[in-house]
Design a binder for this molecule. Structure first.
Ligand SMILES: CC(=O)CC(=O)SCCNC(=O)CCNC(=O)[C@H](O)C(C)(C)COP(=O)(O)OP(=O)(O)OC[C@H]1O[C@@H](n2cnc3c(N)ncnc32)[C@H](O)[C@@H]1OP(=O)(O)O
Ligand SMILES: NC(=O)C1=CN([C@@H]2O[C@H](COP(=O)(O)OP(=O)(O)OC[C@H]3O[C@@H](n4cnc5c(N)ncnc54)[C@H](OP(=O)(O)O)[C@@H]3O)[C@@H](O)[C@H]2O)C=CC1
Length: 290
């Protein structure tokens, strides 16, 4: 039974995962290389829970109890009692491999490890640990507190106990599981990211401006966000990494990342999290940049 969950990476996904686990009554430990990011993450979780109180979905004592279940540290020894650690750091295989290597000596032998990677091979990441049989993909969607789905991906060595435990945890968090095989970007991003990449090509080739493309897909296909707004929301660095994994992993030119997406990432225009991407978020309402 999983009662103590660790989360590595206090970005938008790590914070969301920590929030839903704490609200579900689990004890949560979050670690990030950046202490400031840990403070921001706690403030964000508190703000989200306040919003739920304002809507009558949570009480003040429930919020206080959830916040009291969350501990933070820049030191991986915070995971010494964890039953499960969910890795949710930057979408880079090199970064994740280094984290996993450093994590393993800090874990009890019984602990499982899940990765929230959007695209990278679970089998390859598992090979960076001492316990590939206890390693699994647990892919939450953004924003975690709102989105219903968790993709569960077994690596070649993942055992049945780990798979069943993660399925049970997904249900305990109030989420629905979809099981995907360990292919580049799994199911959701295999389909979603080529659409976002195509939207960036549509912009790059001048077929439409940012606003026209997003309006077209929101009103023409009933998407809750336009593809460029969604790209900014996900993070353009994450979008580009996923396209690179698809391009290299499936060796098909149809997954070639749009050069405009590459340029935006090179410029540091990573989307909402830095205040600029296909929209400029510095004013009261987002302003299209093209
Ligand atoms: C890249 C990957 O690896 C995989 C992925 O995650 S791909 C991305 C998947 N996510 C999507 O496609 C999201 C698409 N967008 C949407 O579904 C919607 O725009 C949205 C749910 C994000 C916001 O919906 P909306 O109707 O515009 O906004 P709003 O009415 O303000 O919010 C709806 C609810 O979401 C909550 N919410 C919105 N943004 C939130 C956030 N960032 N964090 C937490 N909660 C949030 C609101 O509090 C509100 O909650 P209640 O229903 O309890 O009142
Ligand atoms: N964004 C999305 O819509 C979704 C993302 N994901 C996946 O979740 C993961 C995280 O994404 P997201 O939260 O958006 O990214 P963010 O950029 O918001 O957060 C990543 C966090 O990881 C931290 N980090 C980087 N290196 C390390 C390290 N060595 N040790 C500990 N922490 C580290 C970063 O710190 P710093 O900023 O200081 O570098 C940052 O705080 C990725 O694998 C992504 O693919 C999955 C589903 C949806």
């Amino acid at each position: 039974m999983i009662e103590k969950v660790g989360v590595i990476g206090a970005g938008q996904m790590g914070s969301g995962i920590a929030q839903v686990c704490a609200v579900a009554g689990l004890s949560v430990a979050i670690s990030d290389i950046n202490a400031e990011q840990l403070a921001k993450s706690l403030a964000n979780i508190a703000k989200n829970l306040d919003r739920q109180i304002a809507k009558g979905k949570l009480t003040e004592p429930e919020k206080d109890a959830a916040m009291a279940r969350i501990a933070t540290s820049t030191d991986l020894s915070i995971f010494k009692d964890s039953d499960l650690v969910v890795e949710a750091a930057t979408e880079s295989e090199d970064v994740k491999r280094l984290i996993l290597k450093a994590l393993v000596p800090n874990l009890p032998p019984k602990a499982m490890i899940a990765t929230n990677t959007s695209s990278i091979s679970i089998t390859r990441l598992a090979a960076s640990t001492d316990r590939p049989e206890k390693f699994i993909g647990m892919h939450f969607m953004n924003p975690v507190p709102v989105m219903q789905l968790v993709e569960i991906i077994r690596g070649i060595a993942t055992d049945d106990d780990t798979f069943q435990s993660i399925k049970a945890l997904t249900a305990r968090l109030g989420k629905t599981a979809a099981i995907a095989e360990d292919f580049p970007a799994f199911i959701v991003n295999r389909i979603l990211l080529p659409m976002i990449n195509e939207a960036v090509y549509t912009l790059y080739e001048g077929v439409g401006g940012v606003e026209a493309i997003d309006t077209a897909m929101k009103l023409g296909a009933n998407h809750p966000m336009g593809p460029l707004e969604l790209a900014d929301f996900i993070g353009l660095d994450t979008c580009l990494s996923i396209m690179q994994v698809l391009y290299e992993g499936l060796a098909d030119s149809k997954y070639r990342p749009c050069p405009l997406m590459v340029k935006y990432v090179e410029a540091g225009w990573l989307g909402r999290k830095v205040g600029r991407g296909f929209y400029d978020y510095s004013g009261p309402t987002p302003r299209p940049t093209r």
